[in-house]
Design a protein around this ligand. Structure first.
Ligand code: ZN
Length: 338
């Protein structure tokens, strides 16, 4: 489904209307452009910790989150949703969304923790850090993918609490988690940045970028579930492997991690097997494509993640990607780092 400027503006007007109302009612505080605290005593939260931050559209073309979050703040403003604690909410990169681009000058979701502030997105990352992310206990960051998904999924660097949060917020959906060196060499993603500051962070990938109503509902309900999970105190500070195992079992969550990465060969011919989506099952030894005249194969059974077909890598993405596909494999709790 194509996103349109008119839809973005309509949802953005609803977001502004709801937040203006909440500010007037003393139930929200504006921290910076499109960065708010909402809930009881929001205006007195000068420097306290923020239990939950909901972030959408850090990537401008991933617009389902704007629709979901504007509906969420609308329901809070109409008193249909009562917040038990103060929640941080933000639309990450509205200027890029209005242009239908992933970003304007630099990938915002690879700009956290940066020490350079010359580019627009580097400055926006710093503002998000200073106002919200540095004091966030749990981050829910809503994203969308380039291609279709077999299923919504969550993805983030591993901690036991972040994994439990993902399983409880998106029950029954697969989780991709990883550890060791950063996911991207360019800079930190929001979830990793919040974890480095001592909080927990997860990224939800609802499906292919656009205003798909099913994805908007999924994003919206994940926001409500995040509040329920944190209000019930389901993830305490003393949260270990035993508690994690119980949560994964109760939510029927399958956990995956990296199995294989196929780098994008700049200036070389590549042909990726047609029809792959996020979480398409892949068999061990299955041919995935042809790279500079030579076939390449899946080293083990698992699922496809972030496949990129060069012809679909439109100008939205500015430059050639670093990778053509990743494969993930199911892992057990015993394989997670201690
Ligand atoms: Zn994204």
């Amino acid at each position: 489904m194509k996103s349109s400027v008119a839809q973005i503006e309509a949802y953005y007007r609803a977001w502004q209307r709801a937040l203006n109302q909440l500010v007037k009612d003393g139930l929200a505080a504006c921290l910076e452009e499109d960065i708010y605290l909402i809930g009881p005593n929001a205006s007195q939260m000068a420097s306290q910790r923020v239990k939950l931050t909901i972030c959408v559209t850090l990537h401008g073309n991933e617009v389902a989150g704007i629709a979901a979050l504007s509906q969420f703040v609308d329901m809070v403003a109409a008193r249909l949703v009562t917040l038990p604690f103060v929640v941080g909410v933000t639309i990450g990169n509205l200027p890029a969304a209005r242009r239908g681009e992933r970003f304007l000058e630099r990938d915002l979701n690879r700009s956290f923790g940066s020490t350079s502030f010359t580019l627009q997105e580097q400055r926006r990352a710093k503002v998000l850090q200073d106002t919200l992310l540095d004091r966030t206990d749990f981050l829910l960051d809503i994203h969308q993918t380039r291609l279709a998904n077999q299923t919504p999924f969550t993805i983030f660097p591993y901690t036991a609490q972040s994994l439990a949060f993902a399983a409880l917020v998106c029950p029954g959906q697969p989780v991709v988690t990883h550890w060791g060196p950063s996911f991207s060499k360019e800079g930190l993603c929001s979830d990793e940045y919040v974890q480095v500051q001592g909080g927990q962070g997860i990224t939800v990938e609802t499906g292919q970028a656009g205003f798909d109503p099913t994805q908007v509902s999924f994003g919206f309900s994940s926001m409500l579930r995040a509040i329920c999970v944190l209000e019930r105190g389901e993830i305490g500070s003393a949260f270990g492997v035993t508690e994690l195992a119980a949560v994964l079992q109760a939510t029927q969550t399958q956990v995956f991690s990296w199995a294989q990465v196929v780098e994008f060969p700049e200036h070389r011919d590549i042909l990726l097997k047609p029809g792959l989506m996020n979480f398409s099952p892949v068999a061990a030894g299955e041919q995935l494509g042809v790279l500079a005249g030579e076939a390449f194969y899946a080293q083990q059974a698992g699922a496809a993640l972030f496949p990129i077909y060069p012809e679909q890598n439109s100008k939205t993405y500015h430059k050639p990607p670093r990778e053509i596909i990743r494969l993930v494999k199911p892992i057990t709790i015993a394989q997670l780092p201690v």
